[in-house]
Each structure stands twice: as structure tokens, then as C-alpha cells.
Ligand binder design. Structure first.
Ligand code: C5P
Length: 237
């Protein structure tokens, strides 16, 4: 399974995202694109087909969490949209994650990559304890959810690049770490608290880096994307 740079296309309209992707039309290497809830709910499933037709791989970031039967049937819809990667909340239990895989599996037995969100990075240990009544330390909860995801047969987790080494230590090198929180050394951190550069994410063993504003907000997004590929993949284009 190949490493890659995924651009988080956090735009709210079809026009805005296509205008952005037009900038990459001359590139030999079509960027892997993350479509989140904002764009999916705003533009509808057709936006996935349209970006796919342009030759991009797609990580559909909808973070499903519901009863197993509903998740299974929803995942079958996403499978038919031909996404390359999608995700769910590990919180939904192993049974739900297994049902998700059933729904995602194509008739030929293959499936898009399925990645689990463990604890959202916006949830603090105190809120987890006070509001969710989870008493275990946050890193233990994250690792336990990652192990549940692996037991269910998922391909990996979303985590910080800083957590990639411990996830790989516990779940094996083949268990994927898909990591946001990436910034260039000379750029602003924005609202991300714990950030690493693409080069550092590579050293830490991240499998995919998810990069939004350092590329989408750059004066020259194509140059910023190329810089990410150069640092993270060692590819000069
Ligand atoms: O613009 P930026 O590089 O911060 O974008 C990171 C992307 O990764 C956003 O789409 C954000 O929603 C997503 N993400 C994250 N942290 C998580 C999970 C997802 O930043 N823990």
C-alpha cells in the first residue's frame, strides 16, 4: 500500500473545489483528495463521481457512526461511489466496524481502505471523563480503539504523525496511519495544536499525510503540493 499526500479540500461548493483542482490539471501526478462532510453535504454525491472522473483518488471523510445495519447499508452506497478510502468512528463498536466492512466489500472481494477515528482530537481527557464517563487515560483509549479497529479488520486509524510510531508498534507496520496536523516549518500552525512537517511525518512513519490549508491557502497551491510530495515522498516533479 503506497504512501501519499492527501489534500483536504475543505470547500463548501462544487465550483470552489473544481476551480481549485483545475490548478492541478497540468500535473502528471493527480493529487489524492479528501472530501469532508461540508463539501459532501453541500454538493452531494455527484461531486465524488466528478472528482473521480478527473483522475483523483478520493478519501471520503464522513466519519460514520450508527447501528451496524445502517452503517453497513451506507457503506455499500459509498462503495458504489468508488471511493478509495473512507472512515468511521471506532466508538461504534467492533460489531459496527465489521458490518461496515461487509457493506464496503465489492463483489470481487476487494474494498476501499477503511480507517477508524479513535478519539477526536477536539475531545480533552477531562471532557472524556466528565461528559462521556470514560475514566481511562486518553492515550490508552486511543490505543484500545485502534486495537478494536484492527480486530474488526480495518486498515488503519486517523492519528497525529506523533502517534504513528506507537500505533505501528502496537498494531504492526502494515496498519495504516493517516495523519493530519501537518505544517511547513516556515508556515503558520493555524488552529492545529501539535504539528509536524511533511519530512518529520515521513521519519515518524506516517502512511498518508492529510494537508489542508498549507496547500489550499497557499499563494501557489501546486508549488505547496509539490513541496509536500518532495518532503514526504521524496518525489521531485
Ligand atoms: O487545514 P488543515 O491542514 O488543518 O486540515 C486538516 C484536515 O484534517 C481537515 O480536513 C480536518 O478536518 C482534518 N482532521 C484533523 N484532525 C483530526 C481529524 C481530521 O485536522 N483529528
Amino acid at each position: 500500500m503506497g504512501k501519499d499526500v492527501i489534500i483536504a479540500c475543505d470547500f463548501s461548493s462544487r465550483e470552489a473545489v473544481l476551480q481549485f483542482l483545475d490548478k492541478f490539471s497540468g500535473e502528471a501526478r493527480k493529487p489524492y483528495v479528501k472530501i469532508g462532510m461540508e463539501l459532501f453535504y453541500g454538493a452531494g454525491p455527484e461531486i465524488v463521481r466528478e472528482i473521480k472522473r478527473r483522475g483523483h483518488s478520493i478519501f471520503l471523510d464522513l466519519k460514520l457512526c450508527d447501528i451496524p445495519n445502517t452503517v453497513k447499508k451506507s457503506m455499500a452506497v459509498l462503495r458504489d461511489l468508488d471511493v478509495d478510502m473512507t472512515n468511521l468512528h471506532a466508538f461504534g463498536t467492533i460489531e459496527m466496524m465489521k458490518a461496515a466492512i461487509e457493506g464496503l466489500t465489492r463483489p470481487d472481494g476487494t474494498q476501499p481502505l477503511l480507517i477508524a477515528v479513535t478519539q477526536l482530537t477536539s475531545t480533552s481527557e477531562q471532557r472524556m471523563r466528565d461528559e462521556l464517563l470514560i475514566d481511562a487515560p486518553l492515550p490508552d483509549v486511543v490505543m484500545h480503539y485502534a486495537q478494536n479497529a484492527q480486530a474488526a479488520g480495518l486498515d488503519g486509524v486517523v492519528c497525529s504523525p506523533l502517534e504513528s510510531p506507537v500505533v505501528h508498534e502496537n498494531c504492526g507496520a502494515k496498519f495504516l496511519t493517516v495523519t493530519p496536523g501537518v505544517r511547513f516549518s516556515d508556515g503558520p500552525d493555524g488552529d492545529q495544536a501539535r504539528v509536524t512537517t511533511p519530512a518529520r511525518a515521513r521519519e515518524l512513519g506516517s502512511d498518508y499525510i492529510v494537508v489542508g490549508r498549507p496547500i489550499t491557502g497557499a499563494d501557489d497551491p501546486v508549488a505547496a503540493y509539490r513541496k509536500c510530495c518532495e518532503e514526504f515522498l521524496g518525489i521531485r516533479q
